[in-house]
Design a binder for this molecule. Structure first.
Ligand code: MN
Ligand code: MN
Length: 462
């Protein structure tokens, strides 16, 4: 090799747009793949709905509820439903568990508005729900946009009723009001984080009074009467409810070329969907593969459905015990792709990113060796050896991939469930789809990247 062009090709790290690299056939597969993905987004607006969707699909693929007393053998498919809010899908591999399992872990909770425990009130003959926002949101994005209500109410007698209002054609929706510009001179002087304040995220739910002359709070009464007729609930039943307010609009294609998916909750249901499809496609994998839907990631992976909880460790212990193998033996040999989204470079806001190390739309699944903030704080920094293993897997599988870091050093930062799985003595790295407008009510992903992420998980599940 003598000329610079040849030498550069051999020595430089080059990246290319997936629209130039992928064959016509692969591009079609990528676009087709996202059709059911959009359905999944529309049907899974909460962590509970994502679990319901996955269990229904899993049962069609022959998955059965996990029974810890059984010694499972290669090809067996089981699932563990953790309280209807978190899930493990598992396909038993040909290799013994002593050779470790392959874990993919996404989260299915997304930023939203939760109802407070005593939410219902009337003010000037308009009825409202008080909310408490969940996860990292720009509060001003939640005003003046149609919202739907999802969740579960546990009644005084212990029975529960599911709620989903605002999704179906013809359903009513709900709304947080914002101030008209004409009267917003003072509001517009507030810092952006307070354009809408937490206690101003009040959801309009009705305005018609109960037709009786004397009683007070007649709009609130009329609403409770409607809720009682439809769900059999009283105001006290809100005390034992989990009701989540999310955007009412549907996922759709974005752009004349339809190359982008727009929709709510793609952080992190895009990784949940892609890892789930990979596990559904895993017939007789070498290593046992697991796909996790975790809850509570957006508020710190806490609680008994979050990734800090022992349910994964206990599942692996229970899977291994009938074979006379200790859980720790399995964990120490295991590998994990912590499946979570990354921030795509936004050409409108280039200053927050460092281009050489940022993920770009259409450059494939993004691999993030470390997350964290202020000097990698709180990160699980994957080893060079494991990064090398992942790199070989992706290259050998012909997967389009790139690396990513969350913005410039000291610009901000964030974390994922990677740290909590790595703590179990598992080789772990972050893998996921680059997102534009992350944590907004409407997020964007590229179809090429969604499909490339599925391809990465499928290679890991072979
Ligand atoms: Mn996430
Ligand atoms: Mn997030």
């Amino acid at each position: 090799m003598s000329n610079a062009k040849e030498l550069k090709e051999a020595l430089f790290l080059e990246k290319k747009h997936g629209g130039l690299l992928l064959s016509e056939e692969e591009l079609k597969k990528a676009f087709d793949f996202c059709e059911e993905y959009k359905n999944f987004l529309n049907q899974s607006k909460t962590e509970r709905e994502a679990v319901d969707y996955a269990v229904a699909r899993a049962e069609k693929y022959g998955f059965t509820p996990f029974d810890p007393s059984k010694a499972y053998k290669a090809g067996d498919k089981v699932y563990l439903n953790n309280r209807g809010k978190a899930l493990i899908l598992c396909v038993v591999g040909k290799k013994p568990l002593t050779e470790g399992v392959h874990i993919m872990a996404a989260h299915t909770d997304s930023p939203r508005l939760d109802l407070k425990q005593v939410p219902l009130y009337e003010d000037n003959e308009v009825a409202y729900f008080k909310t408490h926002y969940y996860g990292g949101i720009k509060k001003y994005q939640w005003g003046a946009t149609p919202l739907s209500l999802h969740g579960v109410v546990v009644k005084a007698d212990g029975t529960s009723v599911k709620v989903s209002v605002g999704e179906d054609e013809g359903d009513p929706a709900f709304c947080v009001t914002d101030l008209l510009p004409h009267l917003a001179a003072d509001q517009m002087k507030r810092p952006a984080g307070e354009i809408l304040r937490g206690e101003e995220l009040n959801l309009v739910i009705g305005s018609m009074p109960f037709r009786d002359d004397e009683a007070s709070e007649r709009v609130k009464l009329a609403i409770l009467k409607l809720l009682n007729e439809k769900y059999g609930i009283t105001e006290a039943d809100f005390l034992s409810a989990e009701l989540e307010v999310v955007p009412a609009f549907k996922a759709c294609d974005i752009g004349f070329d339809r190359s982008i998916v727009g929709g709510y909750g793609q952080d992190d249901r895009v990784c949940a969907y892609t890892e789930m499809e990979a596990v559904f496609g895993a017939e007789n994998p070498e290593n046992t593969v697991m796909c996790i839907f975790a809850d509570k990631e957006e508020i710190g992976s806490c609680g008994n459905t979050g990734m800090k909880c022992a349910f994964l460790r206990h599942f692996i212990e229970d899977l291994a015990a009938p074979h006379g193998i200790a859980g720790r033996t399995v964990l120490a040999k295991s590998k994990c792709l912590s499946a979570d989204v990354s921030a795509a470079f936004d050409p409108t806001f280039p200053d927050v990113s460092e281009r050489k190390n940022n993920a770009f739309l259409n450059y494939g699944v993004s691999i993030c060796k470390y997350t964290g903030s202020r000097g990698k704080g709180g990160s699980s920094d994957a080893s060079a050896e494991f990064m090398g293993w992942v790199r070989r897997m992706l290259d050998n599988g012909g997967v389009l991939w790139q690396t990513s870091e969350l913005g410039k050093v000291d610009q901000g930062g964030g974390g994922t469930v990677a740290a909590y799985i790595a703590e179990l003595d598992v080789d772990t790295i972050d893998v996921g789809v680059p997102v534009l407008s992350m944590h907004a009510p409407f997020e964007l992903t590229s179809k090429i990247d969604v499909y490339s992420t599925y391809r990465a998980f499928a290679e890991f599940s072979k």
